[in-house]
Design a protein around this ligand. Structure first.
Ligand code: ASP
Length: 314
């Protein structure tokens, strides 16, 4: 059995230490830990990297603590509109969905697109129809409602444009920094296969139909056994423009960078454009890199030695 390892993120942001009560901070660590463990147990039992990343992301989607699945941010019409993706580094197959309102676990549908359709990306109503055809759980849009998220949107809805969930908006009652976080997972399994998955509600008050980097293969998600698996978080428009997730794989393949060098370089390029965010990356030996240029990124990993870490702040 070869090395295996896993890393997750729950979104980059501008959180500063002290923003949470000790109980809230504990709740984040516990949920990150639960998601890591769910993926890791699959890897320990010789399961696939694809199974591991899906399992971990589903747990984060089901938690209202993060901006994915339940707890997603609201768009300019006060609706939750979600995106997700998954990629298998073994065969470069990928699946993604965008702008969906009724799929409980968007990552599960992204996986169905990858495995049960000839396509890579399905959007909107078509994605939802496909999910139903595949027997994936459909819920009423009200399932995704979260009061704190709604208040966050309501307080900012008349402001110009969309706000990345990592933005700092301290309003009268609502500190919108308190809940944010696209989620993602990357894993290396014991047979040397890599996989990545990303899921998000996008950015607060986004224009209807706005699609970020999370479901764009090569931008917010990428996996290739030759090099690495990557999941990104941050201001999606920058990650799309830089093809960030693929950029890391390309820097490793064509320039011989290590995963840490490539991931750091990719985040530097985001910063140079004026963007903020972070990412998790793992190479085909299980080396993990989690750079971010924000003050916080919910993150965690279990490395090839079985050592576990969860963190929030820089
Ligand atoms: N990257 C996500 C998007 O732009 C948001 C985030 O990661 O916070 O949709």
């Amino acid at each position: 059995m070869g090395n295996y390892a896993i890393a997750i993120h729950g979104g980059a942001g501008r959180l500063m230490a002290g923003v949470f009560t000790p109980e809230q901070e504990k709740a984040y660590h516990e949920k990150l830990s639960e998601a890591l463990q769910a993926g890791y147990i699959i890897l320990t039992n010789s399961g696939t990297a694809v199974d591991a990343v899906e399992a971990a992301v589903r747990i984060l989607e089901d938690s209202p603590l993060f901006n994915a699945g339940k707890g997603s941010v609201f768009n300019c019409e006060g609706q939750n509109e979600m995106d997700a993706s998954i990629m298998n580094g073994k065969n470069l197959k990928a699946g993604a969905i965008a702008a969906v309102h009724t799929i409980r676990n968007p990552v599960a549908c992204a996986r169905a697109v990858m495995e049960k359709s000839p396509h890579v990306l399905l959007a909107g109503h078509g994605a939802e129809k496909f999910a139903a055809e595949c027997g994936i759980e459909i819920v009423d849009p009200s399932y995704f409602y979260d009061e704190e998220r709604y208040q966050q949107w309501f307080a900012t809805k008349d402001m110009e444009g969309a706000s990345w969930a990592g933005d700092t908006y301290i309003t009268n009652q609502v500190n919108t920094e308190k809940k944010l976080g696209t989620v993602g997972c990357v894993a290396l399994d014991s047979t040397g296969n890599l996989a990545a998955a990303t899921s998000t509600g996008g950015v607060n008050n986004k224009k209807f139909g706005r699609v970020g980097d999370s479901p764009i293969i090569g931008a917010g998600c990428y996996a290739d056994n030759k090099t690495c698996a990557v999941s990104c978080t941050g201001e999606g428009e920058y990650f799309i423009r830089q093809s960030t997730a693929y950029d890391i794989a390309a820097l490793m393949e064509y320039k011989g960078f290590t995963v840490a060098q490539a991931a750091t370089e990719a985040i530097k390029k985001i910063a140079q454009l004026g963007g903020e965010g972070g990412l998790i990356a793992i190479d085909n030996q299980g080396n993990i890199s989690v750079p971010f240029n924000t003050s916080s990124m919910f993150r965690g990993w279990i490395n090839t030695q079985g050592e576990k870490f969860t963190g929030i702040f820089r």
